[in-house]
Design a protein around this ligand. Structure first.
Ligand SMILES: Nc1nc2c(ncn2[C@@H]2O[C@H](COP(=O)(O)OP(=O)(O)O)[C@@H](O)[C@H]2O)c(=O)[nH]1
Ligand SMILES: [Mg+2]
Length: 284
C-alpha cells in the first residue's frame, strides 16, 4: 500500500519557483541524499535536462513556458520510519511564468487556471514561493497590493480548514542570499515586511498558527571568499544575474518541504491510530 501526499507550488511570476524546483531536484538527487526523486513524465525529464545544464553553467533556468507542468515524485530512501516507507510524495508545479496565479496578467486560459486551483485544493501541503525582491522591482506599494490581491484570490479558491488539517502552507521567502535579505534571516516579521501588512493580515486571519510556517531560503546560497568574507552566490552581468559558483550551497532549500512532510505524516499517524490497525515495523 502506498499512500500519496500531494504538494503544490504557488508563487507570483519571477519569485523563483522554477529555480527552486530545479535546485531541489539537484540537491535531492545527490548520491548521499536520503531522498529518491523521480521525474514523472517526459516533459519534466526534458525540462530538467536543459535546466540543470544551464545551472551548471551558472545561468538561471529560462522563464517557464505558459501552462507547463513539472511533476516530481519524492520518496525517502532508507527511512527507519514506518510511515515514511509507505509513502511517496507527489510534488507538482503547474507553472505559467506566474500568470497562473495572477489573473490580472490574463495570458492564460481560465480553464488552465481552474485546473491549477483544483489541484491546489487537493493538496495536503503547499509551498508558497515569496519574492523579497518584488518590492524593489515593482516598488513597495504595487508589490504589497499584488501580494494582497494574489493571496485573496488564493484563499477564495483554496479553502483552508482552520482545524489544523489540510492544506499546510510553507511560506518560502526566496533569494535570501542577497545581503539586504540575509540581514533579515532571523527576523520573525520578515514575511510581513516582504508582502506588506494587509497581505500578512490575510494570512493570519485565514490560517491557524499551526497551519503555516515561514522559511527563509535561497537556491544559490552564499560562499566564503579566500579572505573569509561571505558573499551572495550571484553576480550581475550584462546578460543579467548569474550564479557565481556552481557548487551546491543552497540555504534551507528543503526546510519548507520537510516541514510539510512532517505535518502531513503526523496526520497520517493519527489516521492510523484512529482507523487503522496498530502499525509496527513487524508488519512489513
Ligand atoms: N539572488 C537570487 N536570485 C534568484 C534565486 N532564484 C531565482 N532568482 C532570480 O529570480 C529570477 C526568476 O526566477 P525563476 O525561478 O525563473 O522564477 P519563476 O517565474 O517563479 O519560476 C531568476 O532569473 C533569478 O534572477 C536565488 O536563489 N537567489
Ligand atoms: Mg518559472
Amino acid at each position: 500500500m502506498v499512500r500519496e501526499a500531494k504538494i503544490g507550488i504557488w508563487g507570483p511570476r519571477e519569485s523563483g519557483k522554477t529555480t527552486f524546483l530545479v535546485s531541489l531536484y539537484l540537491e535531492m538527487s545527490q548520491p548521499n541524499s536520503d531522498w529518491h526523486v523521480t521525474l514523472e513524465d517526459n516533459h519534466t525529464r526534458e525540462f530538467m535536462k536543459t535546466a540543470t545544464g544551464f545551472m551548471d553553467d551558472g545561468t538561471f533556468p529560462a522563464p517557464t513556458d505558459i501552462g507547463q507542468v513539472l511533476r516530481l515524485g519524492i520518496e525517502h530512501k532508507r527511512s527507519a520510519n514506518f510511515i515514511h516507507r509507505l509513502k511517496t510524495y507527489d510534488l507538482q508545479m503547474l507553472d505559467a511564468s506566474g500568470s497562473l496565479v495572477d489573473s490580472r496578467i490574463g495570458e492564460i486560459s481560465p480553464d488552465i487556471r481552474q485546473e491549477y486551483f483544483a489541484y491546489l485544493r487537493e493538496c495536503n501541503g503547499i509551498l508558497m514561493i515569496i519574492d523579497p525582491e518584488s518590492k524593489y522591482r515593482n516598488g513597495p506599494e504595487l508589490s504589497s497590493i499584488m501580494y494582497h490581491d494574489l493571496l485573496e484570490e488564493f484563499f477564495a479558491e483554496v479553502p483552508i480548514n482552520n482545524n489544523g488539517e489540510k492544506p499546510y502552507i510553507a511560506f518560502c521567502i526566496t533569494k535570501m542570499d542577497l545581503n539586504k535579505h540575509w540581514e533579515n534571516r532571523n527576523n520573525p516579521d520578515y514575511l510581513d515586511k516582504v508582502i506588506g501588512t494587509s497581505a500578512s493580515r490575510l494570512v493570519y486571519e485565514r490560517c491557524g498558527s499551526e497551519q503555516f510556517k515561514v522559511f527563509p531560503i535561497s537556491a544559490v546560497g552564499r560562499y566564503l571568499t579566500p579572505e573569509g568574507l561571505e558573499r551572495p552566490n550571484v553576480i550581475e552581468t550584462m546578460e543579467g544575474l548569474k550564479i557565481a559558483r556552481n557548487e551546491r550551497i543552497s540555504l534551507n532549500l528543503k526546510s519548507g518541504l520537510l516541514w510539510l512532510f512532517g505535518r502531513i505524516d503526523k496526520n497520517t499517524l493519527l489516521w492510523f491510530e484512529r482507523f487503522g490497525r496498530k502499525s509496527t515495523d513487524a508488519d512489513l
